[in-house]
Ligand binder design. Sequence first.
Ligand code: UTP
Length: 298
Amino acid sequence: MVRTAVLPVAGLGTRFLPVTKSVPKELLPVVDRPSIQYIVEECVDNGVDDVLFVTATGKSAMEDHFDRRLDLETALADKGKDAELALVRDLAELATVHSVRQGEALGLGHAILQGAQHIGPDGSFAVLLGDDLLEPGCDFLARMIEAHERTGRPVIALMEVPQDQVHLYGAAEVEPTDRDGEFRVTSMVEKPPPGEEPSNLIMVGRYVLPGSIFEVLRSTPPGRGGEIQITDALQTCAQEEPIIGLKLDVPRYDTGDKLGYLKANLQFAAVREDVGPELLAWLREWLGEDAAVGAGPR
Ligand code: UTP
C-alpha cells in the first residue's frame, strides 16, 4: 500500500528569481492557495495522507502552512469568521506532515534519497513535484499507484507534447502494452537533440517508486548539472527490466516558470465561482481594446 508521498521542495527556484530569494516558489499562490497545497490535496484525494517534505534553509513556512496557527484561529473565532476559521483549521488536519532537510541542493535524486529513512527499503512511495499541477480532483496518482502495485515496477507519468518541443524535456523510449495509456519504458533521455527524440512522450513530475530505488540512488553518480538525477537512477532500473509509464489524460499546469505560472493562475481562477465570471468579463474587455493591452502595472 502506498500511503506516503515525498515532496521535494529544496530546490533553489532560479527560474523564478527574484521572488524565490525569500519566498519558496511552492508557496506562491495560484489564486488563493500556495501551489504546494494543491499538491498535498492531490495526495490526500488519492489515498496518500502521509507527506514528507524534503526542505532546506528558508523553507520552513511550508510546514507552518499545514500546522495549527492558534493566534489566527483565536482572532477569527473572536470576529465570528467561521468559514475562514474552518479553512485554517482544516489545513492542519489535511495530512500527516513530516519533514527532512536536504542540506545542499545536490539534485532531485539526492532530495528523494533523503526520504530513505522514513520509507525504508521495503516500502513504496509517491513523489510529486510542486511545479506540476494536475486537474484538481483527478485520480491519476491513484492509477499510478495501482500500476505500481500490480507490476512492482517504478511508475512514471508521461505527457504527449508536439514533436518540436520534445528537445526541451526528458523523453521516454516506450513500447505499448495491452492497457490503454500504459507503456513499458525501456529508456529515458534528457533533452534529446532534434531528430533524435525517442518518442513525443515527456516525463512530468509524478513518480511511484519502490524503496529499492534508494539503493540505486546511492550508487548513482552526479549527472547533468553535477546533480544526482532521479532519471539516471530510473534509467538503471529500466535497463534491468522496463519500468512503467502512464500517459496523462488530465490537464497539467506547469507553474515552475513565470509564463506557466501566470497561465495557471488565469486558468484556475477562470473556473472559480467567486472570481471566474468577473475575471473573464474583464479579460474580454481588456483584450478587446488594443489600447488597454500593456497598460497594467509595471
Ligand atoms: P527543478 O529542476 O525545477 O529545480 O527541481 P528548482 O530549483 O526547483 O528550480 P529552477 O530550475 O532552479 O528554477 C524539480 C523539483 O526538485 C526539487 C525542487 O524543489 C523541485 O520541486 N529539488 C531540486 C530539490 O528538492 N532538491 C534539489 O537539489 C533539486
